[in-house]
Each structure stands twice: as C-alpha cells, then as structure tokens.
Design a protein around this ligand. Structure first.
Ligand code: DC
Length: 221
C-alpha cells in the first residue's frame, strides 16, 4: 500500500473544489478523490428520508455514526442515499446538520480512517481533519462568479437565486463554532475568479508533483 499523502483542498461552495480535486486525483498516480461534503450531505439526506427534518442533535449524531462509504456509494445505517445527496432540499439543510459537533466528530473520524494517497476537498480538511497534509490549497472566487458557474452547471435556479443560497451557506459554514470554513495558515490561496478549471488543475497538480519529488510530507510534521 502506498504511503499516506494528503492533498487538502478547502474553500467556499462553488469555488471549483470538486472538479479540481477530482481531476487532480485522476491525473496523479494512485490518488483517490475524497468528497467530504458528500458525507455531510448523506447524513442530511438520510434524516430527510426518514422524516427527521427536525431531528435532535443526538439523533443527528447517531445518523452520522451510522455513515459508511462503500466504493462510490454512501450508506447510512445500511440505507443507500447516494442518489439524494445533490437535491435542493439536502443543499438547503446540510449546513445546519454539519454544524452539530457530534455529527462532525463522527464524520471527521471516518475521513481520517481513509488512508493512502488522497485528494480530499471540503471546508476543514487542511485546518482540522488533516492538519499535516502534504499540500494545502484554499480555493476562492468572487460570489457573483460562483453563482454564475452554478447556474451554468445546473440551471434549476437563476444566478441570483444561487447567489443568495451560496451566501447563506458560506455564512453558516464559516461562522459555526466547530471546525468552521477557514483558510489554514499554511494553505496556498488560489483565487479562481479569472482562471479556467484547467489553469487551476495545472497549478495544483504542479504543486503536488513538486512535493512528491521532494519526498516527505509537510514541514508541520
Ligand atoms: O462541498 P459541499 O457543498 O458538498 O458541502 C456541503 C456542506 O457540507 C457544506 O455546506 C458544509 C458541509 N461541509 C463541512 O462542514 N465540512 C466539510 N469538510 C465539507 C462540507
């Protein structure tokens, strides 16, 4: 098995994290892509599926403790919720569920249990989940641009509606007490507003290759 090597990609919603992380993982030998937002989404989807939109923190925590990753599938207490995680209802509710400390402990524990070569994206990967990550990147972009991209990808809502949704989610994610969205001090900030996906992927890939060439992990270890 290859040695642990984590590439952490954090940032607000719609900054391009998923696309960049997925492509970087594809281009590098032996790397696996880990979508940590999908895990919080799965817990939220499960609660909505079992009609527990108003679950207590304890119930939310228990749901998170029942989360398992099976290949590309996400199961909660054995229920496959993979197909639900991108729904508008889940997107609207996920920041509330993911702010609950017991939910975060459970989900972060499952993230840390994933070993090997990883490109992990989320909000607290470089700051809390893998503070010793070999490469840390924080992707950001202007709100208008993020909303425009979302609308182009999924025209379900107008760019203006997306703008409101993204703004609200960023506020909730960055003001929660437990492991909020924050740029780790040693993360490289990349503002993607005026960059193409290819340019961003190229920069992150170059950083990782350079780090792999030099061997070893991070100075923080
Ligand atoms: O990246 P995403 O939009 O799929 O993430 C969904 C939500 O999950 C996001 O609004 C906040 C939460 N999240 C988190 O709290 N920590 C992470 N590492 C990833 C996502």
């Amino acid at each position: 098995m290859s040695e642990d090597f984590v590439v952490a990609i954090d940032g607000p919603a719609g900054a391009g994290k998923s696309t960049v992380a997925r492509r970087v993982a594809e281009r590098l030998e032996g790397f696996r892509y880990l979508d940590t937002g999908a895990m919080y989404r799965a817990v939220t989807a499960y609660l909505l599926r079992i009609d527990k939109g108003n679950a207590s923190e304890e119930e939310m925590g228990r749901a998170a403790e029942g989360l398992s990753l099976e290949g590309e599938r996400l199961l909660v207490h054995g229920m496959d919720v993979t197909g639900d995680i991108r729904s508008a209802a889940v997107t609207a509710d996920v920041s509330r569920v993911s702010a609950v400390p017991r939910v975060r402990r459970a989900v972060q524990g499952k993230q840390r249990a994933v070993r090997g070569r990883l490109v992990a994206e989320g909000r607290d990967i470089g700051s809390v989940v893998f503070p010793q990550a070999a490469v840390k990147v924080y992707l950001d972009a202007a709100l208008d641009e993020r909303a425009r991209r979302r609308h182009k990808q999924v025209p379900e809502f107008s760019a203006d509606e997306y703008k409101g949704q993204l703004e609200r989610r960023d506020r909730l994610d960055s003001t929660r007490e437990d492991s909020p969205l924050v740029k780790a001090e040693d993360a490289l900030l990349i503002d993607t507003t005026n960059l193409t996906i290819e340019q961003v992927v190229g920069r992150v890939e170059a950083l990782v290759r350079e780090r792999l060439r030099r061997g070893g992990r991070s100075a923080a270890e």
